[in-house]
Write a protein of this length. Structure first.
Length: 300
């Protein structure tokens, strides 16, 4: 996928030539690391190690390796035959690496690409060498990869079986160890139904274990009860506290509908029964007051 995204960004002399009289296949000689976060074309040092080359005709194949820091290397030319796969060794690199593999029906000297600092420099060298060839006598295959260090992410939480997402991808439940994450920053999200999600940015250190400990707290709203007179407060038929005049009572509750009973200590006032919806991260107020000798509780 990375090669496909970049193929449209390189100059036309370094692309597969539409009128080429030969076909070229280029694949890395070893399998890339496949992290759970989905990045592709990632390798541990020293890199893929080699390229596997094949053509549908006898051809001369030369690869130009352009490391992230520049200073292109021109690999020795190999000759391919139809139906045969040739292995071409790759040098060790670090970071982002581009390899432009040129296959031609006649020898195509690319010494001018040695030491190139950019894709444009390599393109000019290939374009110049191609001028001596008949039309359609060459084509190019592009291979891109990154050589990085990988670290391990250990995630724990105060509650077991919390879902862990790394860069938005679900990777398992706590406690969890996630291997082969490329060095750099990732987003770690820990969630569980009924609890506030914990999200944080983590710098993955290569060749190390990186630890995250998440504390999950319940999702709550606030039930706020005020009363002109001393009254006992029952929630879902359970006595939870006493509301005092001028003080009031604020209670954190899980979201949902609760049955509220406010029972004045002064028995001349009637108990009040209400259904109250508690909303996450909001205050649900209940005001109880004596008006004209009658005690009532209302939801503003």
């Amino acid at each position: 996928m990375l090669a496909g995204l970049l193929s449209g960004c390189v100059p036309s002399p370094l692309r597969a030539q539409p009128g080429a009289q030969l076909r070229l296949s280029v694949t890395p000689g070893s399998q890339a690391v496949a992290p759970v976060t989905g990045e592709d074309a990632l390798y541990r040092a020293p890199g893929p190690g080699s390229l596997r080359l094949s053509t549908d005709r006898v051809a001369f194949v030369t690869s130009v390796v352009l490391p992230e820091t520049g200073g292109a290397l021109v690999l020795p030319t190999v000759q391919t035959r139809p139906g045969e796969v040739v292995s071409a060794p790759l040098p060790a690199t670090q970071g982002f690496t581009q390899v432009f593999t040129v296959a031609s029906l006649q020898p195509m000297p690319l010494d001018a690409a040695a030491g190139a600092r950019s894709v444009s420099d390599v393109s000019r060298a290939v374009e110049s060498a191609a001028r001596a060839l008949p039309a359609g006598a060459y084509t190019v295959g592009t291979t891109v990869y990154r050589v990085v260090r990988f670290g391990t992410l250990d995630v724990t939480s105060n509650l077991p079986d919390a879902l862990v997402r790394v860069n938005g991808r679900a990777v398992g439940t706590t406690p969890l160890s996630v291997p082969d994450l490329p060095e750099g920053q990732v987003s770690v999200e820990v969630s569980r139904s009924g609890y506030k999600t914990v999200t944080q940015r983590v710098n993955i250190d290569g060749n190390a274990v990186n630890r995250v400990s998440a504390t999950l707290r319940p999702i709550t709203g606030t039930l706020s009860v005020r009363s002109d007179v001393l009254a006992d407060l029952f929630i879902d038929r359970r006595l939870v506290d006493t509301v005092r005049p001028g003080v009031g009572l604020d209670l954190p509750l899980r979201p949902g509908v609760v049955t509220l009973n406010v029972v004045p200590r002064n028995q001349q006032y009637a108990a009040q029964n209400l259904l109250v919806r508690v909303t996450a991260d909001r205050v649900s107020p209940v005001i109880c007051a004596v008006t004209g000798g009658t005690y009532t509780c209302k939801l503003p």
